[in-house]
Design a protein around this ligand. Sequence first.
Ligand code: FAD
Length: 561
Amino acid sequence: MSGFDEAVDFVVVGSGGGSMCAGLLMHTLGKKVLILEKTALIGGTTARSGGVMWIPNNRFMKRDGVADSFEQATQYLDALMGQQTDAPGSTPERRRTYLTEAPRMVDFLMSQGVKLNRISYWPDYYDDLPGGSEPGRTVVAELFNVNELGEWKQKLQPTFIRAPVDLLQPSLEEMMELPALTRSWRVKALLAKLVVRGILAKITGKHWIAGGGALQGRMLQAAVKAGIEIRTESSVSELIVESGAVKGVLATRNGRPWRVEARSGVLVNAGGFARNQRMRDQYAPGTSVKWTMATSGDTGEMIEEMMRLGAAVAQMDERVGNQQTHPPGAADGEAKPTAQALTASPHAILVDRSGVRYMNEGGSYMAYCKAMLERNKTVPAVPSWAIFDSQFMAKYWLAGTMPGKAKPEHWYEQGYLKKADSIEALAQQLQIEPATLKSTVERFNGFVARNRDEDFHRGERAYDRWLGDSLNKPSETLGTINQGPFYAVPIVPGDVGTYGGVVTDEHARVLRTDGSVIPGLYATGVSTASVMGRFYPGAGSSVGPSFVWGYVAAKHAGGVK
Ligand SMILES: Cc1cc2nc3c(=O)[nH]c(=O)nc-3n(C[C@H](O)[C@H](O)[C@H](O)COP(=O)(O)OP(=O)(O)OC[C@H]3O[C@@H](n4cnc5c(N)ncnc54)[C@H](O)[C@@H]3O)c2cc1C
């Protein structure tokens, strides 16, 4: 072939979850890999994320004696997704491939020196379905001393897992415990451990990072060690096709056009379109770029480029929802205060703009935000109101602030945080019919008294209870709203990324609308229509598939049987 500036075996577009995993596998096969990243930072939203991967039947569960199997996980996914329509990313064949390859992918990474482990307790999001698991199927990277990356450290996309104090460098699991600090001696002991670890790190010149930062940091370390080339500020704008097959990419190098030949194929791992309002308006109307925590590179052009080649797209209206509350100014930055557990905590509920409760507030973030948008079609519900009382204020974090009644004065002045001595007075501030809100709250308080949410079954799943407060008894998630003053903040259906894209087969090959394969073109991550279809089965249902399909693509492109 002529006209190329450079030739390699495998090009990966974007440095997302699957990129370095695919690169490492290709490297073991003796193939030359080039990863092209548009931004100045490596790791994508994956590095920013919690870095949790949903990997049923993984080696760590076996090590810990936790029962799981391919059959059990298949039963779960089939029970959850069996009836869904219009989700071609989630065929039974792809689901089975995912469940087969996911534990193998973990074994492969461990063999490459990438240290992983599991979080022991994190229920599946529909743990009450057949095959659902209460113990964690969640795999994460071990804490990583990012200083080991040397000069590459500056190039790693920072993670969102940061304690309020720099000295503390908690793991994701530890971070999730910290909110109970004021109420639990166990958590106070944990804090002491973190302080000691932090001091030791300072003395020994270590900087521990967790979550997606640790995951992509460890991947980057392994990739650099293997000699895989990763080029930043190298945006791909075009897939080069010859004789009907993808043969390479047109990228930029030092600001100039640069054509790279890819002898064994191209893998697109370029994220979704969370930061593209035009595509949102087309595929997910009513959602906003202002409410996403995806990284800046998540602009969707590679999905459109694959469509130009005839790729089918599906599930484009799906997003990984993330309910958020935005105090004044908070919507401007990239990291937004999540409200993931706010209304699943005791003493809190979510109501629409008419003052009516309309969901199990303990559901998965994806289901929660979908429910908000769905409700909004009939009753104004974007934003909805979180309603809570002084018991909540005393015990739980609110929009990144510690428990306690002292909140920034400008929150009240600018109308973000509403406060009133009675539910009726609060309703008036929210322009809700007072009798309606009063009756909603009284009905909820009745459910609390009977420890049974007769309307939405909040608390009947282990997941709902896990999301609540383990110290609250008898229910971890139900608690009365009856001690004034009463409060409200708005909640919006934000997201951490989109969840639809090109349709791929069980080898991660991109398919045309007629079901035929586009030769030489593979895709993974949220550039694709998720194997999880229209559901989020458990924590890590986005990063897990990104890694697994990257691994699967590399196996196919490298000719591994
Ligand atoms: C705070 C937060 C926490 C989260 N926690 C979790 C979690 O624990 N588990 C989970 O499963 N999900 C989580 N998510 C969601 C998850 O992080 C993302 O859905 C997932 O990481 C997407 O991965 P990806 O591999 O598809 O793409 P990404 O990791 O986003 O990588 C795509 C990369 O491609 C680059 N790119 C884009 N276009 C081009 C181009 N034209 N040329 C070259 N490069 C390009 C981008 O700049 C980006 O670096 C979280 C998200 C956030 C924000």
